[in-house]
Write a protein that binds this ligand. Structure first.
Ligand code: FE2
Length: 482
């Protein structure tokens, strides 16, 4: 089962969406809560309403249920696909009478009840219901606003989810006794009356703290998060993955030595091809590998990711043999087997983007994963930062309204440094093509979100720079339409 927090904010947090979650299991998708920002957040992930089967509501505040009216109207009049709505029995009446009836009451259109919009289930406390795919769940009452119903969710054998609630250690302990892998827990930094205070959570016994994953905290978390973990908005968590995805692979001596070697080698790199880039690619590649159904060899993925930018051709006068050679001599010096060395060399050789006219298919599942991880680091917020750093290193300007992008289809156009270009042109020459080039479904989902972020960034940039008329804007509109 995968869990993605659609947001980690309270109803008023700047910069993050409402505290709602997306579950994926056995090809189905379920929302836990559907606040006013849920649909926008899903859209950021490249998902539309019709990709959701079911919605579970924990209580009726706007940041948890304010998106239900949009769901009802969209499914009735646009997607023509009825969503399942699971409301705890005590909320069954109120969700229609107190929340939705005002906007959805339409006798002439034949819509006078919640069932006219949703397939409704209203389980009683302790009654099991289908949550997502084969996963079963029950809800349990929580203390949030005195006198007002709210509940959390226990997904059997998987996780528990408090939604909004005050600290309640006995309840947390009971949930952990039920054998959950993680307890998604409300958290408020600073004074908290109807939410769980971060300071109080810090006092919980270690056995409880270890299982907590805090949410609702907003954009900012304490500088040192100490023993408590904070959920990140839009991070897709695999609840079936081993508790720590990296520890066991780093017990491999060759990988440990390669990490230390590349850390030193890429330390001073100023163009965004530094050790932190390699580390992100390595971590992303390991995540994609664990999520993959193709059972890739983890050592090959790890080494391919760690060594992928060793002597990059872009920084070696276009010498494409430099990287594979440097990787081979390092691996040989460590006594790595020849077959492994050749696999890593092939990954490095085929990985790099050399223009849309020269798209090479990676030869192995491991290569596809490393290539996806590297390409993900070239797009989204980090991709934008790296593009400007690399552009500056090559002497390119930021942007020039009169200089159109080079022809992305021709390698001479893309790789020829003598043809002038700018970093903003680089979006059209490379970055906006990468989403479509992802190999694995896991990377495609992440790439869609990063791609949208870049389009929004360019729109804003053109507004600020007076470039809303011209070749760049026209190209951008084409991307936004496609
Ligand atoms: Fe890279």
């Amino acid at each position: 089962m995968f869990v993605t927090m659609l947001g980690v904010g309270n109803g008023f947090s700047d910069g993050v969406y409402n505290n709602n979650a997306l579950l994926e299991c056995d090809g189905q998708r379920t929302l836990i809560d559907c606040g006013v920002t849920a649909w926008e957040s899903l859209s950021q992930l490249g998902l539309r309403m019709e990709s959701i089967e079911r919605i579970f509501i924990t209580h009726l505040h706007f940041d948890h249920a304010g998106g239900l009216e949009a769901a009802a109207l969209y499914s009735k009049y646009f997607s023509h696909k009825k969503l399942q709505l699971i409301v705890p029995a005590p909320l069954r009446k109120a969700v229609w009478e107190n929340l939705l009836k005002g906007g959805l009451w339409n006798p002439e259109g034949g819509c006078t009840a919640l069932e006219d919009y949703f397939d409704v289930a209203a389980p009683a406390e302790g009654e099991r219901f289908a949550l997502c795919g084969g996963a079963q769940a029950v809800w349990f009452p929580t203390r949030h606003i005195p006198g007002k119903f709210s509940c959390g969710l226990l997904a059997e054998g998987q996780f528990a989810y408090t939604s909004d609630m005050q600290c309640d250690l006995p309840l947390a302990e009971r949930l952990l006794d039920a054998g959950v892998k993680v307890l998604f827990h409300d958290c408020q930094i600073g004074p908290a009356s109807v939410h769980a205070s971060y300071d109080t959570l810090l006092t919980y016994p270690q056995a409880v703290r270890e299982k907590l994953l805090l949410m609702h905290h907003g954009l900012l978390v304490p500088p040192s998060s100490g023993p408590l973990r904070f959920a990140c908005q839009h991070e897709r968590m695999d609840l079936d993955a081993p508790a720590d995805e990296y520890d066991d692979i780093e017990e491999n001596d060759l990988i440990r030595r390669t990490i230390a070697y590349m850390k030193k080698r890429q330390k001073e790199e100023p163009t965004g091809h530094d050790w932190l880039h390699t580390e992100r690619v390595y971590r992303m590649a390991m995540r994609l590998a664990r999520e993959s159904s193709r059972q890739p060899d983890l050592v090959t993925v790890a080494l391919g990711a760690l060594l992928h930018d060793i002597d990059d051709w872009k920084f070696n006068d276009g010498n494409e043999a430099a990287g594979p050679q440097a990787a081979a001599s390092w691996l040989r010096s460590c006594g790595a087997p020849e077959a492994l060395i050749q696999q890593i060399q092939a990954i490095i050789r085929d990985l790099s983007f050399k223009g849309m006219g020269e798209i090479k298919k990676m030869q192995t599942a491991e290569g596809e994963i490393v290539q996806d991880a590297d390409r993900l680091d070239a797009i989204g917020a980090i991709g934008i930062a790296r593009a400007f750093a690399t552009g500056a290193a090559f002497g390119n300007g930021l942007l020039d309204p009169d200089l159109p992008p080079r022809d992305a289809l021709r390698r001479e156009g893309y790789a020829n440094r003598k043809v002038p270009s700018t970093t903003v042109n680089h979006f059209y020459e490379k970055l906006l093509h990468l989403e479509a080039l992802m190999n694995t479904p896991e990377a495609k989902a992440e790439a869609a979100a990063r791609h949208r972020f870049m389009l929004a960034y360019l729109q804003r940039l053109y507004q600020e720079c007076g470039m809303t008329e011209g070749v760049h804007q026209r190209l951008l509109e084409e991307y936004c339409r496609s």
